[in-house]
Design a protein around this ligand. Structure first.
Ligand SMILES: [Zn+2]
Length: 270
């Protein structure tokens, strides 16, 4: 047993870590795998504590069948874990998520930014609805923290996101400043697992709207702090700026903002 064992380099998987082998008659205890037997791999990230890798086998291979059961187990699990780690390293920051929690900022008595009868809460909800449609078309499950003009506490918004297993969180806002000349789009994140998402969102928004690029920034906003999933907060222009205010009153602009965010989400999912 020792001899066969030594063929497999020692590897300490992130703990807890779970592997799942699927395929034709594939039972991990009786299947010897080498790279050519694997037709595909899917990773599922269920938050910090559990990663599952599913291997899809091309055919059943009997090399290990003649070995005693404990050795099969050892060889196979070592090999799978090694392969899993290599694949995880190779895929960089790509993470599997199926759900996007969309958070239209403010609502109800909380108007958000307001100027000349344009209320941020309405613009946020409209963009969020457009984003919801685009993401559904792209195959994501979506959750809206509010679907109508109502007040939802910040903590409840994060709780809704945290109840999801593998998700990301996108909060939609528009900006305001006492300086009416202030303009442009900015995207906020808080933890490092959200930085790439924030960069993708900002890049797509600037490319498609041609708005002034205020950049990607970190902030300790409650919804970003309390949400355990990758989360970003988009400020899609200034309600207090005359030109940007009239842009956001145009449904075409709101669609462009929504589609840009959706594209970034798709990029982040790859
Ligand atoms: Zn806001």
């Amino acid at each position: 047993m020792r001899e066969a064992d030594q063929k497999f380099p020692k590897f300490s998987p992130p703990s807890p870590f779970q592997l799942e082998a699927t395929g034709d008659r594939a039972k991990p205890s009786a299947t010897f795998l080498h790279q050519r037997t694997i037709s595909g791999v899917k990773t599922f990230n269920y938050g910090k504590n559990l990663n599952i890798l599913s291997f899809y086998l091309k055919h059943f291979c009997k090399t290990l069948l003649c070995l005693p059961e404990p050795m099969k187990q050892t060889c196979l699990s070592r090999f799978l874990l090694l392969l899993a780690s290599l694949l995880a390293l190779g895929s960089g920051s790509a993470m599997a998520f199926s759900t996007v929690v969309i958070d239209p900022g403010h609502g109800g008595a909380d108007l958000g930014a307001a100027d000349s009868y344009v209320y941020e809460k309405h613009i946020n909800l409209d963009v969020a609805r457009r984003l919801e449609r685009s993401l559904k078309e792209a195959g994501f499950k979506t959750i809206m923290t509010r679907s109508r003009d109502e007040f939802i506490a910040l903590s409840e918004r994060s709780s809704m996101a945290n109840r999801q297993r593998n998700a990301i969180f996108v909060s939609v806002h528009f900006n305001s400043s006492y300086r009416t000349a202030a303009l442009g789009i900015e995207t906020f994140y808080r933890s490092s697992n959200s930085e790439k998402l924030a960069q993708a969102v900002q890049r797509e928004l600037i490319k498609n709207t041609r708005a002034t690029d205020r950049g990607v920034k970190t902030a300790n906003f409650a919804v970003l702090r309390e949400t355990k999933h990758p989360s970003v907060l988009v400020e899609g222009g200034f309600v207090s700026n005359k030109e940007e205010r009239s842009a956001m009153c145009d449904p075409i602009y709101r669609q462009v903002v929504a589609d840009s965010i959706a594209r970034a989400v798709v990029q982040f999912s790859r």
